[in-house]
Write a protein that binds this ligand. Structure first.
Ligand SMILES: NC(=O)c1ccc[n+]([C@@H]2O[C@H](COP(=O)([O-])OP(=O)(O)OC[C@H]3O[C@@H](n4cnc5c(N)ncnc54)[C@H](O)[C@@H]3O)[C@@H](O)[C@H]2O)c1
Ligand SMILES: [Zn+2]
Ligand SMILES: [Zn+2]
Length: 341
C-alpha cells in the first residue's frame, strides 16, 4: 500500500509498505483522515528518521478488531498514539504521558509503527477509542491536538479573570487559547511571528488580541496593554526567542508552561525566571481522561474544532501541505490528509 514517508530534509516520498495483517493482537484500522502536527513538521524539517510514516492524529474504520471484542468491524475509531508500559510509577499514577516507554513505539512517531499517512495501520488495542456517531471523521482527527491543548491548560491552572499569553498561534496555540477562555481567562492574547496566523487567531475568536512578535516594540506593546504582565504564559512555539518573550511577558510570581518542543538547546536569560520567581512547567501530551474529555466536548458541541481545519488533501499532496504549513506567511494551521481522496 502507498505511504508518504520522510525521504530527506523537507522531502517526502510516496513509497510502498506492507499492509498490516490481522494477528488477533493489534486493532487493524483503515485510515479515513489524518492530521499534520507541528511535531511531524520538526521531523520533516530535519529529514529524520528516514522512512518514517507519520500521522498520529487520525480517524479510521476498524477492519480487524484484534483483542478488542467490544468493537465491531466498521466502527469509526481514533486512538492515543502512545505506547506506555502500563506498570511503571507514571503509568500507575494515571500519567502515562511521561512513562519512559510512551514514545518508543508511538504510532506515526516510531519506525516500527507507521502512522496515518497510508491506507491501513495496526494499533495497540488498549489505546483505541470508539467515536460517537455525532463526531465527524474530520473532528476525530482533531482530538489528539485538542487534548494537547487541554493538558497544557490544566497544567497552567488558569483562574477566572487571569490574563493569558499564548506564544505561537499554530494549532496547539489556538486550541490552548480556546481552552484558556473556557477556563475563565479574562483576556487571552496570542503572539506570532506569522502575521496571517496571528490575525486569524482573533478572527477565529479564540484570542482577544494578537501581538506581532517581530515588531521591534513587541514587549513594550505587551506592557502597554497588560501593565503588570500576564498571569500565565503558554509557549506553543518551542524556540529560544519565543520562550524568552514568554519569560519577559509573564508577571512576577507567574507561571509559564512549555508545550513547544525543540531539538536544539533553548537559551534564555535565566535571571528573568529567578528575579520574578517564576514557575516553569513542561507539558507533554495528555492523560487518557483528557483525551476522552475532548471526544465528549466535541460530541456535545461544547467546542468547535472544525474552524481550525483549513484543507483536506490527498496523500500525494502531503509534501505541498507541509510546505504550506511552514512558509511563514500562510494562515493555514491544520491540514488533514485523506488517503482515499
Ligand atoms: N508537548 C507536547 O505534547 C506537544 C504536542 C504537540 C505539539 N507540540 C509542539 O508544540 C509546538 C506547536 O505545535 P503546532 O502544531 O501548533 O506547531 P506550528 O509549527 O504549527 O506552530 C508554531 C507556531 O509558532 C510560531 N512562532 C515561531 N516563533 C515564534 C515566536 N518567537 N513568537 C511567537 N510565535 C512564534 C510559528 O510562526 C508557528 O505559527 C511545536 O513545537 C510542536 O512540536 C508539543
Ligand atoms: Zn500531534
Ligand atoms: Zn509506564
Amino acid at each position: 500500500m502507498k505511504a508518504a514517508a520522510i525521504q530527506d530534509v523537507k522531502k517526502f516520498a510516496i513509497i510502498d509498505i506492507p499492509k498490516p495483517t490481522p494477528d488477533n493482537s493489534k486493532v487493524i484500522i483503515e485510515i479515513i483522515k489524518t492530521g499534520i502536527c507541528g511535531s511531524d513538521i520538526h521531523n520533516w524539517v530535519a529529514g529524520n528518521p528516514k522512512g518514517l510514516v507519520m500521522g498520529h492524529e487520525f480517524t479510521g474504520k476498524v477492519i480487524d478488531k484484534g483483542s478488542r471484542i467490544d468493537l465491531n468491524i466498521g466502527d469509526r475509531v481514533t486512538a492515543l498514539p502512545i505506547s506506555p508500559c502500563g506498570h511503571c510509577e507514571a503509568c500507575e499514577s494515571g500519567n502515562m504521558q511521561y512513562c519512559s516507554e510512551t514514545w518508543t513505539h508511538a504510532i506515526g512517531l516510531s519506525l516500527d509503527n507507521p502512522g496515518g499517512l497510508t491506507d491501513t495501520i495496526a494499533v495497540r488495542p488498549d489505546m483505541v477509542l470508539k467515536l460517537p456517531d455525532n463526531v465527524t471523521d474530520e473532528e476525530g482527527a482533531m482530538i489528539e491536538p485538542t487534548a494537547v491543548g487541554l493538558h497544557a491548560i490544566h497544567l497552567a491552572d488558569i483562574k477566572v479573570g487571569d490574563k493569558v499569553l499564548i506564544v505561537g498561534g499554530g494549532i496547539i496555540g489556538l486550541v490552548s487559547a480556546m481552552f484558556a477562555k473556557l477556563e475563565g481567562a479574562e483576556y487571552v492574547a496570542i503572539s506570532e511571528t506569522n502575521i496571517a496566523r496571528g490575525k486569524k487567531s482573533v478572527t477565529l475568536n479564540v484570542a482577544d488580541e494578537f501581538f506581532d512578535a517581530k515588531d521591534p516594540n513587541f514587549i513594550k506593546n505587551i506592557y502597554t496593554k497588560v501593565p503588570k504582565g500576564f498571569d500565565k504564559v503558554i509557549d506553543c512555539s518551542g524556540n529560544s526567542k519565543a520562550v524568552e518573550s514568554g519569560l519577559m511577558s509573564v508577571k512576577v510570581g507567574g507561571t509559564i508552561v512549555l508545550v513547544g518542543v525543540s531539538s536544539k538547546p533553548i537559551e534564555f536569560l535565566s535571571v528573568l525566571a529567578v528575579m520574578k520567581e517564576l514557575t516553569i512547567k513542561g507539558a507533554i501530551a495528555y492523560t487518557k481522561e483528557e483525551f476522552k474529555k475532548c471526544i465528549e466536548l466535541i460530541a456535545n458541541k461544547k467546542i468547535d474544532v472544525m474552524k481550525f481545519v483549513d484543507d483536506i488533501v490527498p496523500l500525494e499532496d502531503t509534501q505541498k501541505a507541509y510546505e504550506r504549513l511552514t512558509n511563514g506567511i500562510d494562515d493555514a494551521v491544520k491540514i488533514l490528509v485523506d488517503p482515499k481522496k
